[in-house]
Ligand binder design. Structure first.
Ligand code: DAH
Length: 350
């Protein structure tokens, strides 16, 4: 190797030893291998050489060029590795051998029964509707045949807002809107109104094992020509036997609600104590699960439906109660507790 070539190589090796970053390395690459780089410049000296010398010198420069390229590539790899190691050192320690936490979230028991009821009613041709939690006095009471100062308002200790609206105290508050939404299809196309509307309700209750200020109901209505109490009983029985997947003792007794006439209380035998009497059923052995009745003519009229021509039934299923019965939850307060220990035990067993 000629002296000049050797000197250039030594100089290159020296500067490479100091390189720490990719940017510095790139500078060196350009300095030696670039178009006007030192290695390329060497070739300019060839002009004064004999053809024989040119050949040897050319080969020498090519060998140097290759060597410089290889060294630069190796240095690039080394710098990359060093960077990775530096980053790893900054990361918190991570034990790859630790078993993964495979716990997943679970549905709330009320969501589970709500969905199950929705499926059952959908299969019987009911639409599932959603409704606001903040409603008007008209929707919650007036349209349901509960005028201002009616004593029935005392049954629902309601949370009123400053703007005169209120937190819905029962899902019946959606009835008026549902009638108005579907009445044209009923009258013009003869399509019966069949809808359920689950929702969260609020009342200023003193809480105990079976009372909460926040609870879930699922309202349902069916309106058509010639709807009778037999239709009501059929749908209620079908729904309960599907939900519990066993024979449930049921009783129907008269109940008063201003928006139905006649009105009923549908009770089921308490599944927590088997009908013996416990705190969950106020020691009666029975639980009020689904008040219901034939829709009052005034309520139909307020919804734009002629009560001379159409009749219907309505029910207000206590979804929270249903979840408690189905899953054997003894204290209603557990459902809103947010305690994962309680809430993660339930699965959709269908
Ligand atoms: N909205 C009533 C309540 O929460 C329950 C109810 C009773 C709903 C009778 C109905 C019904 O649809 O027909 O106390």
């Amino acid at each position: 190797m000629s002296e000049k070539t050797n000197a250039l190589k030594q100089e290159f090796l020296l500067s490479l030893a100091d390189v720490k970053t990719q940017e510095e390395l790139e500078e060196i690459r350009v300095k030696y291998l670039g178009k006007k780089g030192l290695v390329t410049e060497l070739l300019k000296d060839m002009r004064s050489l004999t053809p024989e010398e040119k050949k040897t010198f050319g080969q020498e420069v090519n060998v140097l060029k290759e060597e410089v390229s290889e060294k630069i590539a190796a240095a690039r790899e080394e710098i990359k590795q060093a960077e990775i190691e530096r980053e790893l050192a900054l990361m918190p320690e991570f034990d790859v051998s630790m078993p993964a936490d495979l716990r997943r979230g679970s549905y709330h028991p009320i969501t589970l029964v709500q969905r199950q009821c929705e499926e059952i009613f959908k299969s019987m041709g009911f639409a599932v509707e959603d409704f606001r939690e903040v409603v008007t006095d008209y929707e919650c009471f007036e349209a349901l045949n509960i005028p201002k100062d009616h004593p029935a308002r005392d049954m629902q200790d309601t949370y009123y807002l400053d703007n005169g609206q209120l937190l819905k105290s029962h899902t019946s508050a959606a009835q008026n809107a549902i009638y108005k939404k579907y009445k044209d299809a009923l009258v013009n196309e003869g399509k019966p109104i069949k809808a359920i509307f689950p929702g969260r309700c609020f009342r200023n209750e003193a809480t105990d094992a079976c009372h909460e200020n926040t609870f879930f109901q699922m309202e349902g209505v069916m309106v058509d020509k010639n709807i009778s109490i037999s239709n009501l009983i059929f749908f209620m029985k079908t729904m309960l036997s599907e939900v519990f997947r066993k024979d449930i003792k049921v009783r129907l007794r008269p109940g008063f609600f201003p928006f139905v006439e006649p009105g009923f209380e549908l009770d089921i035998s308490c599944l927590i104590c088997g009908g013996e009497g416990c705190a969950s059923c106020k020691h009666s052995g029975w639980l009020e699960l689904c008040p219901c009745g034939m829709i009052h003519p005034e309520v139909l009229r307020a919804g734009g439906i002629d009560p001379e021509e159409y009749t219907g039934f309505a029910f207000g299923l206590g979804l929270t109660r249903l979840a408690m019965m189905k899953y054997g939850v003894k204290d209603i307060r557990d459902l809103n507790s947010g305690s994962l220990k309680v809430l993660s035990q339930f699965t959709d067993d269908k």
